[in-house]
Design a protein around this ligand. Structure first.
Ligand code: KG4
Ligand code: ZN
Length: 363
């Protein structure tokens, strides 16, 4: 609402997400209320290529983002100059998209005379459960984050804003990538995770004995390339062409249960590691597209309960890439006076536990 933006509860931030193949913008108030949100998936544009084409993604962001930003600001009833800040995912991700999103946010910040906040996309995922509503009053620190998506697969201890400990991660493929590659082997369209889950529903998860990479190993690193290769070898034993429907469903189900068991095992280790350093930790947050998988969620939930943790999975629209999480992460940083200069360069690689870049400014 114009005129209200200066009150501390409503001081609103514009968040922009363009790090991968979603173009998204949102306006979020300081108290976590989502004043407006919009998201456009580019899946249709990348599907013919069987994966994300960075150049197509960057061009699509340029095409969709400006009108989308205007729309969310209008819906929130705010002029850019009434914003508390303009923020964008500035890494890690595809550099073309990061440049587009950060450029638009910086442009608005410069033109409207409001601060710019460069958000680490992983930090945005990590802070999402602190939005009031998912956990009553917002998740209290510390908690454990399992980020499982097409681009990321890691366990992170979240101690505070800007205070993250990476406990482990994949040594090869991200788990969503493994879903996508196996789905492709089974003749499913990209992105494969949701299609594979549907196919697996009709399959027998005990039919094929697939490896469980890293299961039981100390630490909480992951590995998925061997599992994917095992499926590829099995698929190669069939004549060229589509697999028989029964076998494809059984293979999908066998793959899915192997992934769920591995994720639960690794999360179990991560919980034990985290608990040693943070005896008060009780929450396991799962985020990223793969957390939408019901078999994965139920395996994680059982393992969390066994480890004295509760599993919280944000709703799908906040679990996968979105701009609400970017705006909210910016709110968390703003509260600490952490702003970024307009010459901040987007970073295709930006580990979550890298030294902070934001500059504390006097309140
Ligand atoms: O978080 P996300 O939307 O985007 C990023 O990768 O950042 O995650 C997309 C990934 C894709 O690999 C997709 O196949 C996978 O998450 N995915 C799933 C499911 N839904 C999405 N994997 C397994 N089961 C699902 N239901
Ligand atoms: Zn993401």
């Amino acid at each position: 609402m114009p005129g209200q933006s200066s009150t501390s509860a409503t001081a609103a931030v514009l968040g922009i997400e363009t790090s991968c193949d979603e173009t998204a913008a949102a306006v979020v108030a300081a108290d976590g209320r989502i004043l407006a949100e919009a998201l456009l998936s580019q899946q249709g544009e990348h599907a013919p290529f069987g994966g994300i084409v960075p150049e197509i993604a960057a061009r699509a962001h340029i095409r969709y983002l400006p009108a989308m930003v205007e729309r969310v600001l209008a819906e929130a009833g705010l002029h850019p100059s009434e914003l508390a800040a303009a923020a964008a995912s500035s890494g890690p991700g595809l550099i073309g998209g990061l440049i587009v999103g950060s450029g638009v946010a910086k442009g608005i910040a410069l033109a409207a005379g409001v601060p710019f906040v460069a958000i680490n996309h992983l930090e945005a995922h990590a802070l999402t459960p602190r939005l009031p509503g998912l956990v009553a009053g917002g998740a209290p620190f510390p908690y454990l984050l399992l980020l499982v998506s097409g681009g990321h697969c890691q366990c992170v201890g979240v101690l505070g804003v800007g205070r993250y400990r990476r406990l482990g991660g994949t040594v090869d493929d991200a788990v969503g990538e493994a879903f996508d590659k196996v789905a492709k082997l089974l003749g499913l369209p990209w992105p494969g995770g949701p299609a594979l889950e549907r196919l697996a529903a009709a399959g027998d998860p005990r039919r094929f004995k697939l490896p469980r990479p890293m299961l039981g190993r100390p630490g909480c690193d992951f590995s998925f390339s061997g599992l994917k290769t095992a499926v590829a070898h099995l698929a190669a034993t069939y004549p060229p062409g589509p697999l028989p429907a029964r076998d494809a469903a059984d293979l999908a189900a066998s793959f899915q249960v192997a992934v769920a068991e591995v994720l639960a095992d690794r999360a179990g280790h991560a919980m034990a590691m985290f608990r040693t350093a943070q005896p008060d930790a009780r929450l396991l947050i799962a985020a990223g597209g793969v957390a939408a998988n019901a078999a994965v969620r139920s395996a994680l939930s059982a393992r969390a309960a066994a480890g004295g943790f509760s599993l919280v999975v944000p709703p799908p629209r906040l679990c996968t890439d979105n701009a609400v999480m970017v705006a909210w992460a910016a709110q968390e940083r703003l509260r600490l006076g952490l702003l970024d200069p307009l010459d901040f360069a987007p970073r295709p690689r930006w580990p979550l536990d890298a030294p902070a870049t934001s500059q504390a400014v006097p309140a």
